[in-house]
Ligand binder design. Sequence first.
Ligand SMILES: Nc1ncnc2c1ncn2[C@@H]1O[C@H](COP(=O)(O)OP(=O)(O)OP(=O)(O)O)[C@@H](O)[C@H]1O
Length: 340
Amino acid sequence: MFGIGTRDLGIDLGTANTLVFVKGKGIVVREPSVVALQTDTKQIVAVGNDAKNMIGRTPGNVVALRPMKDGVIADYETTATMMKYYIKQATKNAGIFSRKPYVMVCVPSGITAVEERAVIDATRQAGARDAYTIEEPFAAAIGANLPVWEPTGSMVVDIGGGTTEVAIISLGGIVTSQSIRVAGDEMDEAIINYIRKTYNLMIGDRTAEAVKLEIGSASAPEGVENMEIRGRDLLTGLPKTIEITATEISEALRDTVYAIVDAVKITLEKTPPELAADIMDRGIVLTGGGALLRNLDKVISDETKMPVIIAENPLDCVAVGTGKALEHIHLFKNRTKDHR
Ligand SMILES: Nc1ncnc2c1ncn2[C@@H]1O[C@H](COP(=O)(O)OP(=O)(O)OP(=O)(O)O)[C@@H](O)[C@H]1O
């Protein structure tokens, strides 16, 4: 058995954000999963926040890209480079003689063996002494302080950028789960499509996300809320400003919201009755950035007739849970396909 120390890391390698957790210190890195590269030399120009600010604004010789898509690695080399940068940042005060870190990385529960192998290899290439994986909803449940090791049912719905993971957990294992590639990014796309179709206006990803954060809602909000947005008029080709309402945005988000509701219902249908009774008592716990979409808890509760609770600090749950899981790394040795 090896001891897990303050140099070992839990990484939430997300489609939208990458977070690094260190035991005893908490979350030490919290940055967007974005890298800006020179197109010809592939040299890194910026990582994280600096790179995110460049999205849609780069000159011809620089490209700002998100190397993760739908919760899995879309661009292997860039992901490894990004992880190396963040691992270095998280371990910079560890001293030159300390050993390389063990790293636990979360992966979507629907991941294929090939996709999982890519995460493990990229983590090793990024400087890990060894890499382990944990399924995202399990990490989210640990991070949300659910009693995952006890013989009682807990239900977690983790709504990230690329994936929504729904899982029932009991006795340290996932009893049943659903992973759908519908989450925050799809909401942004739905807003872009709605505005293009309704107003012939093309807006960028960042504007769409800003609209979602400011006036987005899973059901029509009470009262009137407006927001001015800028984009390019598809008829004239010129910049244009329009005003949209929160009610329109809730219509735009409807299909995405109901895809998430359906995943929750399907999982509940597959849940053994004893565990369903536990969940009825304790409620469904929402984690991930998407949990903060206004009224989403209410819509899920109305549709399932179950109590729904938003976890404290929902954006941090997966990273905290991934880091805490390091303490049980011996259990993950068997769970990780790589070590079976
Ligand atoms: N207040 C909010 N309302 C709605 N959505 C939000 C809010 N805050 C953050 N989000 C969304 O949450 C998503 C990011 O969540 P999170 O960091 O949990 O995802 P991730 O771990 O990077 O993704 P994944 O788990 O799919 O790999 C983004 O789509 C972001 O727009």
